[in-house]
Each structure stands twice: as C-alpha cells, then as structure tokens.
Design a protein around this ligand. Structure first.
Ligand SMILES: Cc1cc2nc3c(=O)[nH]c(=O)nc-3n(C[C@H](O)[C@H](O)[C@H](O)COP(=O)(O)O)c2cc1C
Ligand SMILES: [Mn+2]
Length: 503
C-alpha cells in the first residue's frame, strides 16, 4: 500500500517514502515493473539462470512465489534497471538526487541574519534524516529464539561452482568497538549450516575494520552482529553506500528516502535494525574463529577464490508473519549491481566534485565492473593535472581500488565509450603517458600478484602542453564549419539520400 499525503509545496501531492519492501513492490506492479512467477523454481541455480536472462534483457523485477523447498517468496532484480532505480528513489532522473546532494553541499557560511534564517529549513531538513529508534515494528511479528534455522529461507546457490548457498543482499550491522558508531555493509554470507554462515568482510571494508579493532582490544570474545534482509529500497541500499567510516549509512538512507529510517532494538544483541525489515538474523562473530569461504561466482564474472573469513553464529531470528526474501545475483556484467552502483556513482559525483572541482564528469562502464575502469574528464589547468587527479582518486575511499584510470580533457564525452577509445588512443604516447603505482587492490582482484595488493595504471589522455615538455603543436580536432553544415541541412531533403542525418 502506498501512502499519499498533501504536500506543502504548491498544493501538489507529495509522495511519502515507501514504507517497506512490499510498498515498493505494489508500486512496481502498478508500473508493470514486477512479474510474479507462480511455477515452482529451484533457488539452486534456476533462479539465477532466469534472473540473468531477465536482467540482460532489461526485464522486470521478479517475485518467485513458490521457490522449491521453502514457503517464503523470493524477490530479485528489484533495482535491475535505471527506471526501477528512479522509482526506488522517487525521481525521474538520478541527477535529481545528485542535485539534492549538491544543494546541501552548497550551504555556505551565513553572512548575515537573513542568510541564517534562510539556512534554517535546510538544517531542519537535514535533522529529519537521522535514524529514529522506535519500540517495535513489523520485523518483530515473529520472534524465534529456539526454533529457527536458515534452511527455512529460500537462499540461493547462484552459480555451479559456488561453495554453497549465499545470502547476497544483507544489511550487516556492527558497531565500532572504539567509537560505538554504527556501520552497515552488504557483505555476502555463505550458509555453512542451519545456524552459521561466513562473513565475507573484505580487508579494507568497515566491517573488517570493526573485527580487527575488536580483536586488538579484546583478543578473544565476540563481536555482535545483526543482519537485516529486505526493507524499503533506499534503506536496503544502505549497505552498499560507500560512505566514510563512522558515518551512519542509515542516515544517508534517510536522506535518500527523505524520511528517517526507523530502527528497533534487537532481542539478543545491543544493535538496532530497520523496523520495516522482512527478516532479521541476530548473532555474533567469534573473534578467534576463521573458516574457509568460497568459491563464489562474483561480480567480476569469474569465481572469487576460497579464502579464510570470520564466521557468523545466529542466536535469534525475527521476521514478519509473511516474510519476503530479498536477494540479488552477481556474475557476468551487467547484473543488478551495475544499476545500483551506477546510481550511487551519480549520487556521489557532487561530493567528488566538491573536493576536486576540476572534475567535469566520471564514467564507470559496466564491463569495467566498477573497480577496473574509471574514465574521468577534467578541466586541466596546470602541468601534471591529470596525474594529480589519478592520485586523488587512488586515495578516495573505495575508489582506491580503481585498476585503470583514464583522464581525458573536459571536451571528451566520457559517457560515450567510442569517443573515449578514439580520443584516448590518439592522445597518448604510451611510454610517456602511462603511470603505474603500487597499492591496495580489491580483494576480488584475481590477477594481482598478491591478494589485496598490486599495481594500478593511470593513463593521461589529456592534450599535452608545452609546460609539460611537449614541444610540438597539438592538432585541432576536425569539425565542419557551421555555415557549411546549415547549407547542407537546407539541401538534405532534396538530395534524397536515405540515411538519417549523421551527427
Ligand atoms: C550484491 C553485492 C554484494 C557484495 N558483497 C560484498 C562482500 O561479500 N564483501 C565485501 O566486502 N563487499 C561486498 N560488496 C561491496 C560492499 O557492499 C561495499 O563496498 C560497501 O560500501 C561496503 O560497506 P563499508 O564501506 O561500510 O564496509 C557487495 C556489494 C554488492 C552490491
Ligand atoms: Mn561504512
């Protein structure tokens, strides 16, 4: 059920945030963006094969009503298209969210009384995005402290060589043992048995940092963990948002949904979870326990190898009376994670531009699987500027993983791969313009010399300047003059040539 309430602006109707996952599904169904599947389908491999075909064809979100072996329906491909991401964030275009981010970043130090008064609504709005703790919520409709098993849930085995079934879209919640600040991360969880899973905290991620910090403080013992599965779409995205350490992802979800995320305290651990969640797993990670996890068909399009990871022990499960199991698959691109990641890239671009105003645009094509390729257009204003930007990106949060950075001039359309290939290759003297650095690489990087450590490459594909030691003239790009173009435009019909007007 969707809620509509009178808005404050212009007497128009303002839509409130989706209350939960099912409210969003209702909207998707009304928009023709949800397909219910009533046939029995196996969560072992079959759901992946169907979803992979549907995502690649630009098809709808899927609700598998009869997954084999469970009476809980599976929701998948929820955000597997640009349109559904826009519906999730209630915009027509993702840049509208980026503009909202920019409007908050643009708030200047007020100069006078009037300026201060003008700022108040913005500050009040910001305050309304902080998560709110409430007493109870639908995720507590059923509380199972004794009688529970992960086998109740239709957890997918995604690809043939996967080490088992994996929970792929959890919100994994921990608190920083030093500061008490919350982190929410989406980290896959391999099901080991009815009450234990793996916890795939990659080395540089905040969950892994909490684990290391707890170990160095206490040596042995437990780190409490809560895992929420399925929520309204902006909240469900929390775990994926690349926000700085100790910044609460749920606050950012509140910003995205324009309403606070409501949290409820867990039953057996000192953590809070979204009240509207479908399923919650409470438990702990034992600080002295590691177990082999993997392999897993990953978003690189290859299997990530086995590795040693912490183990999550479930001590209690709470869920709705009729829970839905939200999941996703990764694999050969593009998959659903491309659409989620692309939206996040656009939303965070204003933040990147605030720190580096010379950045004009950024593109991360699907085949670059996020960490392999970033194309950056800059307004170059001093010698070596392209290399400065490469280094900036390699030190910017998760962008540190970027294996290849291509920096082009501001007049190159980075969203057009053909133009990028053409102009990049024309602009480089490879020996001079390619730079290698050593540093941290993504844990999933399988070609690097070591896990988590390897080399990265920057390509300076900007025009070279005299002040950079380039002594030759740089040629102009070929462009027909405007007068000739308009003369030919006027003639075009009469020529009877059967092609649409070339650009
Ligand atoms: C579907 C999906 C699965 C993911 N699985 C993992 C994972 O298993 N381990 C991991 O470290 N990151 C994984 N990620 C990436 C993290 O969610 C992402 O880097 C996030 O920003 C980490 O949060 P943190 O910065 O608070 O650690 C996954 C992302 C998606 C979209
Ligand atoms: Mn984080």
């Amino acid at each position: 059920m969707l809620h509509w309430a009178p808005g404050f602006d212009c007497g128009r109707y303002k839509q409130l945030a989706y209350r939960d996952l099912r409210a969003f599904l209702t909207r998707l169904e009304r928009e023709g963006e949800l397909k219910r599947i009533t046939a029995e389908v196996d969560p072992v491999l079959e759901i992946t094969e169907i979803t992979n075909r549907v995502t690649k064809a630009g098809g709808p979100a899927l609700l598998f009503e009869r997954p084999k072996g469970s009476n809980i329906p599976v929701v998948i491909n929820l955000l597997g298209s640009e349109r559904r991401v826009n519906l999730a964030l209630e915009v027509d275009d993702i840049d509208q969210v980026a503009n909202r981010v920019r409007s908050f970043l643009d708030v200047q130090t007020p100069q006078g009384f009037l300026d201060k008064v003008k700022m108040l609504p913005k500050l009040a709005e910001l305050g309304s995005f902080f998560p709110k703790t409430v007493k109870s919520g639908p995720c507590k409709e059923v509380i199972r402290k004794e009688d529970f098993s992960l086998s109740f849930f239709p957890i997918l085995k995604c690809w043939p060589q996967d080490g088992g079934r994996y929970i792929t879209w959890p919100m994994v919640i921990t608190k920083n043992p030093e500061t008490g600040k919350r982190n929410v991360g989406c980290y896959r969880m391999q099901v080991f048995d009815e009450r234990t899973t793996g916890m795939h905290w990659q080395t540089q991620k905040h969950g892994a940092e909490h684990f290391r910090s707890a170990r160095s403080r206490h040596g042995t013992g437990k780190l409490e963990v809560a895992v929420a599965i399925g929520a309204d779409p902006a909240t469900a995205l929390a775990g994926i948002l690349p926000v700085p350490p100790d910044l609460d992802e749920f606050m950012f979800s509140g910003f995205l949904r324009r309403d606070a995320v409501e949290l409820v305290p867990c039953e057996t651990v000192g953590l809070e979870v979204p009240a509207n969640a479908e399923i919650v797993l409470e438990g702990y990670v034992d600080l002295s326990e590691m177990r082999t996890e993997g392999p897993f068909g990953d978003h690189t399009g290859f299997y990530s190898l086995e590795g040693e990871y912490p183990v999550f022990h479930v001590t209690c499960i709470t869920h709705r009376k009729d829970p839905l199991y939200l999941t996703t698959i990764v694999g050969p691109p593009p998959q659903e994670d491309f659409f989620m990641g692309h939206a996040i890239e656009r939303i965070f671009l204003p933040v990147m531009k605030m720190q580096f105003p010379e950045i004009v645009d950024v593109a991360m094509p699907a085949e670059g699987i996020f960490q392999n390729l970033m194309i950056v257009a800059i307004r170059k204003s001093y010698p070596g500027h392209a290399r400065k930007i490469m280094n900036a990106i390699w030190s910017l949060g998760q962008a540190m993983f970027t294996k290849v950075i291509v920096v082009v001039d501001h007049d190159v359309d980075v969203q057009n791969p053909r133009e990028v290939v053409w102009k990049t290759l024309c602009a480089i003297d490879p020996q001079r313009d390619i730079e290698f650095v050593l540093g941290p690489v993504d844990t999933l990087e399988h070609a690097s010399r070591l896990q988590d450590f390897g080399s990265k490459m920057g390509i300076d594909a900007t025009r070279k300047w005299q002040s950079e030691g380039f002594a030759r003239p740089w040629p102009d790009e070929i462009r027909m003059d405007a007068a000739t173009k308009s003369r030919v435009d006027a003639l075009w019909q009469s020529l009877g040539i059967d092609v649409s007007r070339p650009r």
